[in-house]
Design a protein around this ligand. Structure first.
Ligand SMILES: Nc1nc2c(c(=O)[nH]1)N[C@H]1C(S)=C(S)[C@@H](COP(=O)(O)O)O[C@H]1N2
Ligand SMILES: [Mo]
Length: 555
């Protein structure tokens, strides 16, 4: 690390004949001017917060108090005596939080200024001080209710970035100061430009400071705003109790769950439910500001707030969702109980005009899906869902409102964070994935999967329990057939059917499994009597097909 008394490095080399003119620079220590030191530290501290805000938003698994601002502010509020709180609220009313944040910002800036003054003499000391402040904030974060260790990571990453910037800024400030101390001498030297080195070093410092500050603001301010929207969304979700259904789903018969160890549960818990979307960060939608518009080829456009949507009669339905990207035997499929408003009733109210054949649903993040109109107007349970398995929709699965349409792949029907339904025509509008080579329409293909025994695990000779699931949403599953090696196709036992929109579990007892390598192939027959095609197809452009064949080693 450079000591403050080190000779300036840039200036003398220029005029090699006048090396003696370095003299004055060596004679006195080049203290960084106060404004430069303070500016360096404020920029570094700003970068710390900006990065912490950004990462607390983007890092998966973090919660709202991962923001050091929220955590420290929250800790402060908890510490302040009630009388002071009351006073602040009576003075500033609902702006109390804003006042708190502004005060925190001011205190932080003062601390940063102090760190900058330390840095006039010792860069190391300043960097350590800022690092200490960052660590302290990270500690506050993990002591807040509802936070875990992962929530400290954004602040730690921010501290890393902020201290690096502080280090660099103080370095630049020192060069600028050294140039300044040397300036008079160089100006006197014949042939040297008038203070060019000084000017260049200062300009470099100021431009870097300004550029970094602008970047920090450009990252920090939107991140903080998004962070507070996220906190509002999380708080609203925590308060939300799904309303009772006007039309309850028919209860799931207990025999829908096949009792073979290792079988997936008939209803997929939200935490295990596959997640597919284009969202880099899960959109955090505050239901207080959310609304749904029905637009396009309708007699009257409609807009509903979340409250208005909740006032509509709710239908409950068990529906299996499947992703078009699922490969044969894959697990991008899940089954849940959804609660929501039938899309049909809202379309009726809006009055769909002649010629429309599609609804383009749009999410708050711009994703779109093209759903054939008839799938939303016939008698199936196509819903604007607000709950999943009796709980508010998880943010990852579309909170506050998503679409669920029995029988269609998710990419053409299951828009999460939905905010617009545009009644239109396939001839006039294209959806997100249709523009990227996937089919405009996506009925779910009949599929059947072997789940048990787990693939790659050898089983004992003798009696082997086989089991799995089959799905052909909205057509239902009539039969599952199993072939072992080149043997005859055997009828599997079917779990009870909950409805035609759900998957169906199956099992088969293989009585006399001999040691060796075997293959098991499974296929389904849908509710229309159509046998699942053996034709192998990749997921693109409209869903994989082919029978699931699994090698099985018997010992
Ligand atoms: N907003 C939005 N909604 C979306 C998507 C998306 O990328 N963005 N992906 C769709 C796809 S391809 C599928 S398969 C389902 C998956 O829903 P899930 O993540 O709740 O299982 O959501 C659909 N809804
Ligand atoms: Mo999907």
């Amino acid at each position: 690390m450079a000591s403050p008394t080190r000779a300036p490095r840039a200036a003398p080399q220029r005029s090699s004949g006048t090396a003696r003119t370095v003299g004055p620079g060596e004679a006195r220590p080049t203290l960084i001017p106060r404004p430069f030191a303070v500016l360096s530290a404020i920029v570094g501290a700003g970068v710390l917060v900006a990065l912490a805000e950004l990462f607390s938003l983007l890092l998966p698994g973090t919660s709202a108090p991962a923001s050091p601002f929220v955590a420290v502010g929250g800790a402060f509020i908890d510490m302040v005596p009630a009388a002071v709180k009351d006073l602040v609220i009576s003075l500033f009313g609902t702006a109390d939080k804003l006042v708190l944040f502004l005060c925190m910002g001011a205190v932080y800036a003062l601390l940063a200024a102090g760190i900058g003054l330390l840095g006039r003499r010792s860069r190391l000391l300043a960097v350590l001080a800022l690092a200490g402040l960052g660590l302290l904030a990270a500690l506050v974060v993990i002591t807040r209710p509802g936070t875990g260790l992962v929530d400290a990571v954004p602040t730690l990453l921010g501290t890393l970035g902020g201290t690096a910037v502080l280090h660099r800024m103080l370095g630049l400030a020192r060069s600028a100061a050294a140039g300044s101390a040397d300036g008079g001498a160089r100006r006197a030297a014949p042939g040297a430009g008038t203070g060019t080195a000084l000017g260049a070093a200062r300009r470099r410092f100021l431009i870097t400071a300004a550029g970094t500050a602008v970047l920090a603001l450009a990252v920090g301010v939107p991140s903080r705003l998004a962070g507070s929207a996220r906190a509002a969304a999380e708080a609203a979700r925590a308060r939300f109790r799904p309303p009772p259904p006007a039309v309850a789903a028919t209860p799931i018969p207990p025999q829908a769950q096949v009792r073979v160890p290792g079988m997936p549960s008939f209803l997929t818990p939200a935490d295990d439910f596959y997640r597919i979307d284009t969202a880099l960060a899960v959109p955090r939608v505050d239901p207080a500001t959310w609304s749904l518009s029905i637009t396009g080829l309708v007699d009257h456009e409609l807009t509903l707030t979340f409250e208005q949507l909740l006032a509509e009669p709710m239908t409950e339905a068990h529906v299996t969702l499947a992703c078009v990207s699922n490969s044969v035997g894959g697990d991008l499929v899940g089954n849940a109980t959804w609660l929501g408003v039938p899309i049909r009733t809202l379309l009726e109210r809006a009055g769909v005009q002649d010629g429309a054949d599609m609804v383009l649903s749009r999410s708050v993040d711009g994703f779109t899906a093209s759903t054939p109109l008839e799938a939303l107007t016939d008698d199936r349970a196509s819903l604007l869902a607000v709950a999943m398995n009796g709980e508010p929709l998880p943010p990852e699965h579309g909170y506050p409102v998503r679409m669920v349409v029995p029988g269609l792949y998710g990419y053409v029907s299951a828009t999460k964070w939905v905010e617009e339904l545009k009644v239109t025509r396939f001839a006039d509008d294209r959806a997100y994935w249709s523009d990227r080579g996937w089919s405009e329409r996506g009925p779910i293909k009949t599929a059947c999967r072997l789940d048990v025994p787990t693939q790659g695990v050898a089983v004992e000779a003798g009696t082997v329990e086989l089991g799995g699931i089959a799905w052909a949403p909205h057509r239902g599953i009539a039969e599952v057939q199993v072939q072992i090696d080149d043997g005859d196709w055997q009828q599997a036992d079917l779990g009870a059917s909950a409805n035609d929109d759900c998957w169906r579990q199956w099992s088969l007892t293989w009585e006399d499994a001999h040691p060796g390598e075997h293959t098991v192939t499974v296929r389904a027959v849908d509710g229309t009597g159509q046998i699942q095609t053996s034709q192998r197809a990749n997921p693109a452009p409209d869903g994989a097909s082919g029978w699931h064949t699994v090698p099985l080693r018997v010992r």
